[in-house]
Design a protein around this ligand. Structure first.
Ligand code: TNX
Length: 517
């Protein structure tokens, strides 16, 4: 009873608040990461209250309206209604509109028009609406990110934002082989990346220390190959059912999953499960250290190619996106000629299964097909340049800038430093087009920031290495302007700290940023 009275007093106070005229706000002062292409402020505000309606015109935008309503619910306590209407521009509230014809918005662009009565979010495609919702999210007070009830009001500054990405491929990678991460961790990783408009999750599904995806025809891959990880922990794997769940979760956030089976090197887990995949016909021992470059499939045995074909036969139907990543890095235990023959053959197999091949740039030693993609990572760009010579697109993941497993500095408790230390400024202050002489905008598919997990074994660790670098990578891949500067960005990032706190992100509080209290 007592609770009830207090509850209703609280509720009336909150209602009182939400009935006030919204305070005028300045859209130009809001902190947005990544920064939008264009923004015009009009000096008033829109307020979300318990009566606000989300209006939609097409059934295929309903899912995004539900996503927005679900996102707003915990902090506001509002369960916003979703209405199907003829024309959202004639209704009050938040309206989603598919425009189809606006050329400048592309596949993921969106336009947000905010005035005191309504917010119209328009885009050519649902993906654009979803990206726009992430902007809307950052226009609300940081406490909107909390999962418990918060005090309003929930006002959004008025004006117009027109926005679209610079690159179509903006990814993050997670190495689930060195340490295994379960479905819930992967979902959080997806949510955190999607909040910054990233659109690819690359999963490094196999390595010397573990094989992480169920392949029904080769069951020992998981009964033996998945049973360990770096340091000797118990490892783990995704059943195909669980993997489908991850792919669906990503898809609902308009992110594609790129699965990687690393080969012919980085294969000890498979080699420990199946003796016949080894040159000498003997199974190797499971490996729990962090060395690289010592394992290789028997590239001259037919059984190896049967195995790969079987893996593709099960993996391809789980992969709605166009790419299968075949690794191909650091195959120091494979003879050069064998390596080239192997990559050429596996590339054909991937194509035969209807997919394009992605590989670490080492694969440029082989004869690449035009639709293959080489992922640049090494300090030395010679492999990536070889790919460009073959007219193949490059995915930019320079280890000196984009490797999220690199330590921030020499006292960083996690991570490696073989490519140097990557403080937040170094992670942000570069461009894809000028990073390597000879690799220009026309050669670049996009950006990907990998997280290798030799030293990372919990979600807290992941968040510490990924944040606050990821928002910077997102901006590099997204922002179309050419006035990017660390001095301007670090002020935005400082203010954005509060939001990362509200998102409960265990981020690295770099001393280079004057974090707002
Ligand atoms: C190099 S990057 C590797 C990985 C390691 C990483 C550690 C690449 C293609 N190969 O096997 O995990 O360095 O930073």
């Amino acid at each position: 009873m007592r609770h009830c009275v207090i509850g209703s007093i609280l509720l009336s106070v909150m209602l009182l608040f939400s009935c006030k005229t919204p305070t005028p706000k300045d859209l130009a002062k809001e902190v947005l990461i990544p920064k939008p292409s264009s923004l015009v402020a009009t000096g008033s505000s829109f307020e979300i209250n318990s009566k606000t309606v989300i209006n939609i015109e097409n059934a295929d935008t309903k899912q995004i309206a539900v996503y927005l309503a679900e996102f707003l619910k915990p902090a506001t306590g509002f369960q916003l209604a979703i209405n199907s209407v003829e024309d959202v521009t004639k209704k009050k509230g938040i309206g989603f509109k598919l425009t189809k014809n606006s050329k400048d918005l592309g596949k993921e662009g969106y336009k947000l028009e905010i005035d005191a009565k309504r917010i119209i979010l328009s885009a050519n495609k649902p993906a654009g609406l979803f990206r726009g919702v992430q902007t809307l999210r950052q226009l609300l007070p940081a406490r909107i990110e909390k999962t418990s009830l918060q005090q309003g009001p929930w006002e959004i500054a008025s004006g117009t934002i027109e926005d679209q990405p610079k690159y179509g491929y903006r990814g993050v990678m997670l190495d689930v082989a060195r340490h295994f991460f379960g479905v819930d961790d992967v979902k959080r990783y997806i949510d955190l990346a999607a909040a910054y408009k990233m659109n690819v999750l690359h999963l490094h599904l196999s390595d010397d220390q573990g094989w992480r995806i169920e392949i029904k025809k080769w069951p020992k891959l998981t009964t033996i190959g998945a049973s360990t990880e770096v340091g000797g922990g118990k490892g783990g794997f995704y059943t195909q059912e669980q993997y489908r769940e991850i792919v669906k979760y990503a898809q609902d956030r308009f992110m594609m999953v790129v699965p990687e089976i690393d080969m012919p090197g980085h294969t000890n887990a498979a080699l420990s499960a199946y003796a016949e995949l080894n040159e000498n016909g003997k199974a190797t021992k499971p490996y729990t250290g962090i060395d690289v470059g010592f394992s290789s499939f028997a590239t001259n045995k037919e059984i190896t190619y049967q195995f790969i074909d079987d893996v593709l036969t099960e993996l391809v139907p789980l992969t709605p996106g166009p790419y299968i990543h075949i690794g191909g890095d650091e195959s120091h235990a494979t003879k050069k000629d064998d390596y080239i023959r192997f990559i050429n053959r596996v590339q054909d197999m991937v194509n035969k299964h209807g997919k394009k091949m992605l590989g670490w740039a080492d694969v440029a030693a082989a004869k690449l097909k035009k639709n293959s993609v080489a992922q640049f990572w090494q300090k030395e760009p010679k492999n990536a340049l070889k790919a460009v010579e073959q007219n193949v697109k490059v995915l930019m993941s320079p280890a000196t800038r984009a490797y999220m497993d690199m330590q921030y500095d020499s006292v960083c408790p996690l991570g490696l430093h073989w490519s140097g230390y990557i403080e937040v400024d170094k992670a942000y202050n570069w461009d894809l087009e000028t990073n390597v002489k000879g690799i220009g905008k026309e050669n670049i598919l996009g950006i990907e920031a990998p997280l290798w997990t030799e030293t990372i074994d919990s979600m807290d660790d992941i968040e510490f290495m990924v944040f606050p670098r990821l928002p910077g990578y997102a901006e590099i891949g997204w922002y179309t302007g050419n006035d990017k500067s660390w001095d301007e960005y670090k002020v935005r990032l400082a203010k954005h700290g509060k939001r990362m706190d509200a998102m409960d992100i265990n981020f690295y509080r770099s001393k280079l940023v004057n974090w707002e209290k």
